[in-house]
Design a protein around this ligand. Structure first.
Ligand SMILES: Cc1ncc(COP(=O)(O)O)c(C=O)c1O
Length: 411
């Protein structure tokens, strides 16, 4: 099935005596068994079944199956948030002394997790320019255990060469983890370019309406866990085969961290998925039209949008995302004061710390999500004092343009 069809009919169609066309919300913590022996068998893995929603839930399983199909993976785990997905992968793979290589322009929460949380446990993170594969290659040491980039970095707006990074990861025998939140499988399936693991914040475009937090981890099947440097996962591969990582995360790290998806949220994600492909096309068209208007506007100093023809990432956008540049763009307005005045003058666009909503969203990054980073780190992330990030929604483009043009006259 093509993505637009798989997002509606993929994999998780459940046989239900009522004929319900929507996957039921199994709003339950646990699952009862008639005998002690039956439950013991399920715990031992010798019989199929659910035991506790922190490990698995039928509604969440439907979402996991559908996302796995969309990413062309071998299996997946849905989590409580995008951060829970990234934390579960990192803590499931790494130990003290290990090194991560990450793009400097990544989402601030990911960098904070790596530097501030994992750093306290002796895991080091090297920030590199993800768009320069040579920089990433130079950062590899015999302690590197994971390379993580975003398809389009939020907010750095860099587009890495996924195939080149997958080659570097393969030579180092470590997994390339790609955060596909911003592009979604409608624009790119990172596994097709060699990524080993795909992570998502489904709170964004997958959900599409800002109604639920969620995340996901998909194993693309590209990494040989039996031959990798992760001893406990390699040991699991004797029984779990290619599903060793997912078994390690579901029945180990993920279970023990407790960042499971809520069944109601999984239902909202399944609903969001049904319109994802339509929305992504509209998001991209609107973002490109707005980027063109802003690029030529005298009050705007800078526009970063990979879907523009003069973007340095144009050819990668064509090769990897079919020419679509996503919904995010950043603009520079000359000073923080002008950026604030602009945001305060907008009437349609909402001033919020989120992306991927049907609504157009804006935020001044340096004073909000990125305020905890020092100026030098912020600049490496592509966040200047005058930067405004826009997540372009799916409203009529004339109304979005009108709102921005009107606000720019107030500068
Ligand atoms: C690219 C990216 N990855 C991960 C996250 C974290 O996701 P969540 O907010 O669902 O924890 C975000 C949040 O903005 C993000 O933009």
């Amino acid at each position: 099935m093509k993505p637009a069809t798989a997002a509606i009919h993929g994999h998780a169609v459940m046989a239900d005596a009522t004929g319900a066309t929507v996957v039921p919300v199994y709003q339950t913590v646990s699952y009862a068994y008639g005998t002690a022996e039956e439950l013991a068998d399920v715990f031992a893995g010798s019989a199929p079944g659910y035991v506790y929603t922190r490990m698995a839930n039928p509604t969440t399983a439907a979402l996991e199956a559908r996302l796995t199909e969309l990413e062309n993976g071998i299996g997946g785990i849905a989590t409580a948030s995008g951060m829970a997905a990234i934390a579960t992968v990192a803590l499931g793979l790494l130990k003290a002394g290990d090194e991560i290589i990450a793009g400097a322009g990544l989402f601030g929460g990911t960098i904070s997790l790596f530097k501030n949380v994992l750093g306290r446990f002796g895991i080091k993170t090297k920030l590199t320019c993800a768009a320069e594969a040579d920089d990433v290659a130079r950062a590899v040491t015999d302690r590197t255990r994971l390379i993580l980039v975003e398809t389009i970095s939020n907010p750095g707006m860099e587009v890495p060469d996924l195939r080149a990074l997958a080659g570097i990861a393969e030579r180092a025998n470590v997994p390339l983890v790609v955060d596909n939140t911003v592009t979604t499988p409608v624009l790119v399936r990172p596994g097709d370019f060699g990524a080993a693991i795909v992570v998502h914040s489904t709170s964004k475009f997958v959900n599409g309406h800002g109604t639920a937090m969620g995340g996901a981890i998909i194993d693309t099947g590209r990494f040989d866990w039996a031959g990798g440097p992760f001893e406990d996962i390699a040991a699991r591969s004797e029984k779990g085969g290619r599903l060793a990582l997912l078994s390690h995360l579901r029945n180990g790290t993920g279970r023990d961290l407790g960042g499971c998806a809520a069944p109601m949220n999984s239902h909202l994600m399944l609903q969001g998925l049904e319109t994802l492909s339509l929305r992504m096309v509209r998001h991209c068209e609107n973002a490109r039209a707005l980027a063109l208007l802003l690029r030529d506007h005298p009050a705007v100093r800078r526009v970063d949008y990979p879907g523009l023809d003069d973007s340095p990432y144009r050819s990668r956008t064509v090769e990897q995302f079919g020419g679509r540049g996503g919904a995010l763009l950043t603009l520079g307005l000359g000073s923080q004061e002008r950026a604030f005045r602009f945001i305060n003058a907008l009437r349609l666009a909402r001033n919020v710390a989120n992306i991927g909503d049907a609504k157009t969203l804006v935020i001044h990054l340096a004073s909000t999500i990125f305020r905890e980073f020092d100026v030098e780190t912020r600049m490496r992330m592509g966040v200047n004092a005058d930067t405004v990030r826009v997540s372009v929604g799916i409203e009529d483009i004339d109304d979005i343009k009108g709102d921005f043009e009107c606000a720019l006259t107030k500068l």
